[in-house]
Design a protein around this ligand. Sequence first.
Ligand code: CTP
Ligand code: ZN
Length: 155
Amino acid sequence: MSKKTLRVSKIKDGTVIDHITRGRALDVIKILGIDGRSGGVVTIAMNVPSKKLGVKDMVKIEGRELNPEEVDKIALISPRATINIIRNYRVVEKQKVKLPSIVQGIIKCIKPTCISNSKKEPVKPKFYVVSENPLRLRCHYCNSILEEEDILKQF
Ligand code: CTP
Ligand code: ZN
């Protein structure tokens, strides 16, 4: 390995979130509720050269695996991310996140009067992905368009 190569340590047990869209590492950290005040080692790498993406971000978390809701949220902001589960230094599972065409449950509509925000109605929020980059969602109930920043604010 050339001396110019940046080497980020391998982890023993935990999760490596790889191929994160450039500039999204801190949003991933936020989605995972990591504030650095507890838990294990967290490594954040930004603007790392990548064959597939040109440039990517990466997050490595010691001693933690992700739940499905966290994976779904990461898919929204980084649809090409790979989640690697590491046990005893080996990648034991590799999962590509998937941006669904319909997003249900994890994001709220921005319109306060939308039926999906009514406490009286048991209506789950539901959106259609109208654009991936920048991310843009359309509410199934009121047709409101949620822009990327509206979505990021909710994490
Ligand atoms: N990794 C790590 N600690 C380990 C094992 C792997 O931090 N103990 C990291 C690697 O550095 C890499 C990612 O986890 O960033 C995935 O590892 P691996 O599947 O070995 O790498 P690639 O084959 O390059 O992955 P891909 O095909 O998904 O690009
Ligand atoms: Zn709505």
